[in-house]
Design a protein around this ligand. Structure first.
Ligand code: AMP
Length: 215
């Protein structure tokens, strides 16, 4: 079982990928989390990517390509946050070819700009254990504190209004050719993701079950 999950920042990719990974026993490979972890460790890779991430800009393709390649050595995975542009999609295809990997589908979380602007402004994250909250839809039990590890919650540096707008524009510019690429391969599975988490979870589960039965 091998899926990609694709959508704008704030479409719920990370949250949904985690849920799907738990439900179907897939490994969640989340590029943004891997990179944030490197920044936190202040590793050479972290130092290289830090500036791009704080501005909401994409890290150069040649840097992230090798990070992905190193992480794909599992049978069941859901890849979250890669590819984000057509170059990355083509690069990923060449990695799949080299490794003899065939994916089952690309889950596209379709959202509009209004939905994501509201979602990202309400997002809070735990920088210690990577848990993600939403002040209205998924609030922590105690205000401002992570349920899982009791660390104080933070606002991601790129979840501020100017950077949110910049990330949306990057997504609009880069996503169309990627969607066309997977549509032409017959792999695109589009799911309306403007609703609350549980509604979207159900839609995704139904879409995967249908896809697994037809393959
Ligand atoms: P995310 O957690 O997916 O919102 O990603 C946070 C940041 O990590 C992005 O704003 C980029 O700076 C970087 N990043 C994540 N995925 C990619 C990618 N596929 N290509 C380049 N940079 C990425």
């Amino acid at each position: 079982m091998k899926y990609l999950i694709f959508g704008a920042p704030g479409s719920g990719k990370g949250t949904q990928a985690k849920d799907l990974a738990d439900t179907y026993g897939m490994k969640q490979i989340a590029l943004g989390d891997i990179l944030r972890e490197e920044v936190k460790k202040d590793s050479p890779l972290g130092q290289k990517v830090k500036g791009y991430m704080a501005q909401g800009a994409l890290v150069p393709d040649e840097v992230v390509g090798s990070v992905i390649e190193e992480n794909l050595n599992v049978d069941k995975f859901i890849l979250d946050g890669y590819p984000r542009n057509i170059n990355q999609a083509k690069h990923l295809d060449s990695i799949f070819e080299k490794k003899g990997i065939k994916i089952d589908g690309v889950l596209y979380l379709d959202v509009n700009q209004d939905t994501i602007t509201k979602r990202l402004a309400n997002r809070r994250v735990c920088l210690n254990c990577q848990a993600v909250y939403h002040l209205i839809n998924i609030p922590p039990k105690q205000e401002g504190v992570c349920d899982k590890c009791a660390t104080e919650l933070s606002i991601r540096k790129d979840d501020v209004p100017e950077v949110i707008a910049q990330r949306w524009q990057v997504f609009v510019d880069e996503s169309k050719p990627v969607l066309d690429f997977y549509q032409q391969k017959g792999l695109l599975i589009k799911v309306d993701a403007n609703d609350k988490k549980d509604v979207v979870v159900k839609r995704l589960n139904d879409a995967i079950d249908k896809n697994e039965h037809s393959s």
